[in-house]
Ligand binder design. Structure first.
Ligand code: F6R
Length: 265
């Protein structure tokens, strides 16, 4: 796992965006895994600048969202279908037909989950999966005790997750209780993982994910099993990392073939 400690939240977005830009330049039809929530917004902003300035072209890029609420109408402003469209598809100029979100309104939810897994396989798998982490260590909506072997399925949101996400809704009761989420095994199959976290509230989860034991009590610790996982955090989110100085030293001494220091990179 590579841990990068950035100067601030915007810098987190810039560094992570450089990884994605690299993947899209190498393969214009790259398959991206998209996260929602606040953490990846700086990445999407940075990529949108690249697109506006003509440095990046997302028109052939395919994408799969990590998760979706169950029971929110597609057109609800907080459905991940709407969020992905607003924050990613439109600003990056993606083709909406190439961007998929699990169907949380399906009558047959297990069938919708199986269909989602099939679509990812048919696309050849995900090249780069963007991730955030919840304060309780969840990735996607794989809440604590999720199996490392899990695939896309229905999950019950932890009360803490519902409380954290209440900021997006008019009242806490409006936050759905269930979701569909890619499983931990689904996420681990992506060829590259890029997780971003900003702020002191994430410091404990980040430390448990990077330096704690491999445990389903911290689903983010599954990243320790992945051969190409990068964690980009700001100083506040890194504040409980024991080996912070080592991560800084490592980043400063990256060999040239491992560098990606700018969205132009
Ligand atoms: C969102 C997702 C979640 C969030 C996590 C952090 O698609 O899968 O795991 O990444 O809840 O959310 P924020 O970034 O809002 O703190």
């Amino acid at each position: 796992m590579q841990v990068v400690i950035a100067d601030g939240p915007e810098e987190v977005g810039r560094i992570a965006a450089a990884k994605l830009a690299q993947a899209v330049r190498r393969r214009p039809g790259a398959v991206l895994g998209l996260a929602t929530g606040s953490s990846p917004l700086a990445i999407y902003r940075e990529l949108a600048v690249g697109r506006r300035e003509g440095r990046l072209d997302f028109s052939a890029v395919r994408a799969f969202a990590l998760d979706e609420y169950v029971g929110l109408p597609l057109e609800h402003p907080q459905s991940y279908h709407s969020v992905i469209r607003r924050e990613v598809v439109l600003p990056l100029g993606m083709d909406p037909a190439l961007v998929h979100v699990p169907d949380g309104s399906a009558e047959d939810l297990p069938g919708a989950c199986a269909a989602y897994e099939r679509l990812i396989r048919e696309a050849g798998g995900i090249d780069v999966q963007i991730l955030g982490i919840g304060r309780n260590g969840h990735i996607g909506f794989n809440e604590p005790t999720s199996s490392f072997a899990s695939r896309t399925r229905i999950k019950t949101l932890a009360p803490r997750t519902r409380a954290d996400n209440a900021r997006f809704f008019d009242s806490p009761e409006e936050v759905p209780t269930h979701c569909l989420t890619q499983g931990l095994a689904t996420i681990l199959e992506a060829r590259q993982l890029v997780l971003v976290a900003q702020g002191e509230a994430k410091a404990d989860a980040v430390a448990r994910m990077v330096e704690g034991p491999l445990t389903s009590m911290c689903p983010g610790s599954a990243l320790q099993l992945h051969p190409d996982a990068t964690v980009v955090v700001d100083e506040a989110a890194a504040s409980r990392l024991e080996l912070a100085d080592y991560y800084r030293y490592t980043f400063e001494h990256l060999p040239s073939w491992q560098r990606y220091d700018g969205a132009d990179g």
